[in-house]
Design a protein around this ligand. Structure first.
Ligand code: GLN
Length: 538
């Protein structure tokens, strides 16, 4: 298709309008016409990456294959496109300033005064263009975090203004704006959206397409008004209504003509690339018409904010859909679980997932929940800290090592069954202490894990510091909890399971990051399947 086309997505009026879902949906529509697409997110905050952000602040921290700790929108990109992203797909103000300051210290600017314009904007432009340097994409969608008018977003807008000038016909801007419904007046109000476009215009950007996020259908007169006052064609004013599921959004946006208008704007003969959304439509249809349902408990300490476990809840949607099953998640706050209330809290559940996490808060509640599901044959999936809690529970109650703990929870426990392993240092990519990104794992062929993955060699993404302490492995295996997956390079335990239990699997890695609509994760599928069998035998 020739030169890469750049699409910039901005947001106006309010945050949380779903720019990430809109960008992902457009990517899906273009992919379904056979084009290659990737999506990049620019985040205006000063953190280098969201790794240090509290999930309450920013939702889940998503981890890519190359070990980048990124914004949760990258998870949506992967789930919608089925293409891996990387560090280059997430740029923050912090990272941009860091590299400019490093260059300044190295003397690269040779006596110049280093300024937001041109130095910060040049670095932003360089990073936007960088993705196409290593791989050819027909389209690169760049989502600009934040809302138009935010002070911290100004350098981003200026960078894309300049890029639009340089790229000419190979760039366009889609602006997503909120159109509220005023109940007292009984009508949709377009003025805030108009104002947000005015603000973009003041900063030198005329959007080519305006997508109106509304809770009510956009009337013809609202469309006409926005088109006239915002200087765009009426066919380029589109509505984005609340959908029952994010996975329906590509289909709704196709009805609005989003992909066709984008292709037309770039002068691409799109008729030669008809859209094939058959699989996607089937998925949505199946998801909306489940034949079964199961109740699964998700035990975590950030349950007040569902976004903190975004990839896990989406992985359940993918897995459930494969099995024609609606997965109802019961969110259980780990801090509230006690040996007294655990039976009533987990009552009626066909399975329990114990979530990842950092720090001591809620850990004892997680251990109590695991004790209950282990002794009551309820399917269990433990992810990262969830797996570690499973190990601690088994050590305390089966191996009778009463003081078993993780060195993350207490300094020098008598039985550090989870510990910081020296050999981990050898494989640490970032130089820090965290094991991040994709690592290989070898599964034992007589294990449940092998049955699930149907292969011996797998690769999964990590984000943790502590590991199973191999010194205790013989005792565990003798008592019935076996290490069925090992990172053989460094001899680190990746999967623990209890063969005598109907489904008890703890994984040190994060399978949820790799679950997509096209490729639901086998571990989640097997877990939901196990909960379905449990339901039938109730
Ligand atoms: N806090 C644990 C560790 O660092 C688990 C991390 C996680 O659950 N992602 O090892």
């Amino acid at each position: 298709m020739g030169k890469t086309k750049y699409i910039f997505a901005t947001g106006g009026v309010a945050s949380s309008l779903g720019k990430g879902i809109l960008s992902s949906s457009l990517a899906r529509l273009l992919l379904s016409r056979g084009y290659s697409v990737t999506i990049q997110k620019l985040d205006p905050y000063i953190n280098i990456d969201p790794g240090t952000l509290n999930p309450y602040e920013h939702g889940e921290c998503y981890v890519t294959e190359d070990g980048a700790e990124t914004d949760l929108d990258l998870g949506h990109y992967e789930r919608f496109t089925n293409e891996p992203t990387s560090q280059a797909n997430n740029v923050t103000t912090g990272r941009v300033y860091q590299s400019v300051i490093e260059k300044e210290r190295r003397g690269d600017y040779l006596g110049e005064t280093v300024q937001v314009i041109p130095h910060i904007t040049d670095e932003l432009k360089r990073r936007i263009l960088l993705i196409a340097k290593t791989h050819h994409y027909d389209f690169i969608i760049t989502e600009i975090g934040g809302t138009v008018g935010d002070i911290e977003g100004l350098p981003f807008i200026e960078a894309i203004r300049q890029l639009r000038l340089e790229l000419g016909k190979n760039a366009l801007c889609i602006h997503l704006a909120y159109v509220p419904f005023l109940a007292a007046a009984g009508e949709l109000k377009t003025k805030p959206a108009q104002h947000s476009v005015k603000m973009l215009l003041e900063q030198g950007i005329q959007p080519e397409i305006i997508v109106c996020r509304t809770e009510h259908k956009l009337t013809d007169s609202s469309r006409a008004k926005i088109a006239l006052f915002c200087n765009v064609d009426k066919s380029c004013v589109m509505e984005s209504l609340d959908a029952r599921s994010i996975y329906e959004v590509p289909l709704l946006m196709q009805q609005e003509g989003l992909d066709v208008q984008v292709l037309k704007k770039f002068g691409i003969k799109y008729q030669q690339h008809p859209s094939d959304l058959k699989r996607w439509t089937e998925f949505v249809d199946r998801m909306y018409h489940p034949k079964h349902s199961v109740n699964i408990g998700l035990v975590g300490k950030y349950v007040e904010l569902k976004d903190a476990y975004k990839s896990i809840s989406e992985a359940f949607v993918h897995a459930g859909t494969v099995l024609n099953c609606k997965v109802n998640i019961k969110w259980i706050h780990s801090e509230t679980i006690t040996p007294k209330n655990v039976a009533s809290l987990l009552d009626g559940l066909s399975g329990v997932l114990v979530a990842p996490g950092f720090g001591t808060r809620g850990v004892e509640g997680k251990i109590t929940a695991i004790n209950y599901v282990r002794t009551h044959n309820i399917p269990f999936l433990g992810i990262c800290l969830g797996m570690q809690c499973g190990v601690i529970e088994f050590a305390r109650n089966v191996l009778h090592l009463k003081d078993a703990n993780s060195t993350e929870m207490v300094a020098n426990p008598k039985h550090p069954v989870i510990d910081f392993m020296e050999n981990q240092k050898n494989i640490d990519k970032k130089g820090g202490t965290m094991r991040l990104g994709a690592y290989p794992c070898t599964l034992k062929t007589d294990s449940l894990a092998y049955k699930i993955y149907k292969k011996k060699d797998i690769s999964e993404r990590h984000r943790h510091r502590y590991e199973f302490n191999n010194a205790y492995l013989p005792a565990f295996e003798k008592a019935g909890m076996v290490a069925s997956g090992i990172n053989s390079v460094s001899n680190l335990v990746e999967v623990m399971e209890i063969p005598k239990h109907p489904f008890f699997v703890g994984v040190q890695y994060h399978p949820e990051y790799k679950s997509t609509v096209v490729n639901p994760h086998p571990l989640f599928v097997a877990f939901v399947q196990a909960t379905l069998s449990k339901e039938k035998h109730k």
